[in-house]
Design a protein around this ligand. Structure first.
Ligand code: SAM
Length: 268
């Protein structure tokens, strides 16, 4: 190894650093990603390079985004052939990074403290994305994959499932990392898709779902009062009598499209 940072680096909590150290688990993750020589792969948070090394060995075209300056410098000397972007993934314009290239695979053992904002940021670039494999806190994957009438069902489930098929793959214990996190992890695969019922404006859908779940125990009529009081009369009464977790994604799209239409009519 060109430098010994992998032994001396002190994990930085503020960057959510828990490095994979179990080689069996690393192999299992790489097999799930199944990197091919003609793949374009974006790795978020390569850290000390546990997965990076295998992705490069597959011959795929890899770009890694790392925020930690010391790790970035370690990666540059360890993997001279790696395209490394020293940046905050949350501020990275993946559309610009990928240009007109065919769809990329996104992968990463995401920093747990900002995994949800990263997922929402990446959803903005879903059209550039063939598939995503992410290691996340198990509880976050449970929320992503949740269905109506469950405690885990919420904004994350709806906005992710609206744009992607969610496939939880396998669990990873804290002992696979150094330092060991306090929580279990799950590898999840997200496959972008076009939901059969399209929202005319995704931002209206997101705002509606946020308002509905901001007071999930109340009926929709009460939860939506704060942001949509004037538009409530346009919405079918049987939905307004329900609670946020009782509506399907399809129901939310229906309501969102009525609200978008009402906005347009009011604006014109
Ligand atoms: N991939 C490595 C592994 O599995 O061993 C490291 C995973 S560690 C959980 C998360 C990595 O993401 C760290 O390398 C950390 O420095 C990096 N990171 C944290 N916040 C980031 C951000 N906003 N943008 C890019 N990288 C970030």
């Amino acid at each position: 190894m060109p430098d010994d940072l992998s032994k001396s680096h002190r994990a930085r909590k503020r960057f959510g650093q828990n490095f994979l150290s179990d080689h069996n688990i690393i192999d299992k993750i790489v097999r799930a990603i199944n990197p091919q020589p003609d793949d374009i792969i974006i790795e978020i948070g390569p850290g000390l390079g546990a997965i990076t090394e295998h992705l490069l060995n597959s011959g795929s075209q890899l770009t890694a985004i790392e925020i930690d300056r010391d790790l970035a410098s370690h990666l540059r000397s360890r993997f001279p052939q790696l395209t490394l972007v020293e940046n905050d993934a949350l501020k990275t314009d993946f559309g610009q990074l990928l240009g007109n290239t065919h769809k990329a695979k996104f992968v990463g053992n995401l920093p747990y403290n900002i995994s949800t904002p990263i997922i929402f940021h990446l959803l903005d670039f879903a059209k550039h994305c063939g598939s995503m494999h992410f290691m996340l806190q198990k509880e976050v994957v449970d929320r992503m994959a949740a269905t109506p009438d469950s405690k885990q069902y919420g904004k994350l489930s709806i906005m992710v499932q609206y744009q992607c098929e969610v496939r939880p793959l396998f669990h990873i214990p804290p002992t696979a990392f150094n330092p060991a996190p306090k929580v279990d992890s799950t590898l999840v695969q997200l496959i972008p898709r076009i939901f059969p019922h399209q929202a005319s404006d995704r931002h209206t859908l997101e705002k509606l779902v946020s308002s509905a779940f901001s007071q999930r125990r109340k009926t929709l009529r009460n939860a939506l009062k704060a942001n949509w009081s004037e538009q409530l009369v346009q919405l079918p009464g049987h939905y307004l009598a329900m609670r946020a977790e009782q509506l399907s994604i399809d129901d939310y799209v229906t309501l969102s499209n009525i609200l978008s239409e009402t906005n347009e009519t009011t604006a014109s």
